[in-house]
Write a protein that binds this ligand. Structure first.
Ligand SMILES: [Zn+2]
Length: 103
């Protein structure tokens, strides 16, 4: 058994676990119930951890997680121009329609 990674979110860790499972790698969580003991232990010590059953899956697991991080990247939030109501992609700070700057 070997620890692959940890994250501050159980959602993220579960995402990785599913990712590995879909590739046939047996993984399990530790500290998954950290939410219920928050405040009693320093936060970073109780991050949920992802472990794999077989050490020889380690490199492959890391690879998958790196790939998973990439595809999980959240696109910048779409915002709506207050002046003309046009929806703009988050990477633009000014409205493409009327040039109003988002505030
Ligand atoms: Zn506008």
């Amino acid at each position: 058994m070997r620890k692959v990674t940890s994250a501050d979110s159980i959602v993220t860790i579960n995402h990785y676990k599913n990712l590995l499972a879909s590739e046939g790698i047996t993984a399990f969580l530790k500290n998954e119930h950290f939410g219920s003991i928050m405040g009693e232990i320093p936060f970073q010590e109780i991050w949920p951890e992802l472990w794999i059953q077989n050490d020889f899956d380690y490199d492959r697991a890391l690879e998958l997680i790196e790939g998973g991080k990439f595809s999980e990247e959240v696109p910048a939030t779409v915002w709506t121009c207050n002046t003309c109501g046009t929806k703009n992609e988050g990477q633009f700070s000014a409205c493409w329609s009327c040039s109003q700057v988002d505030e």
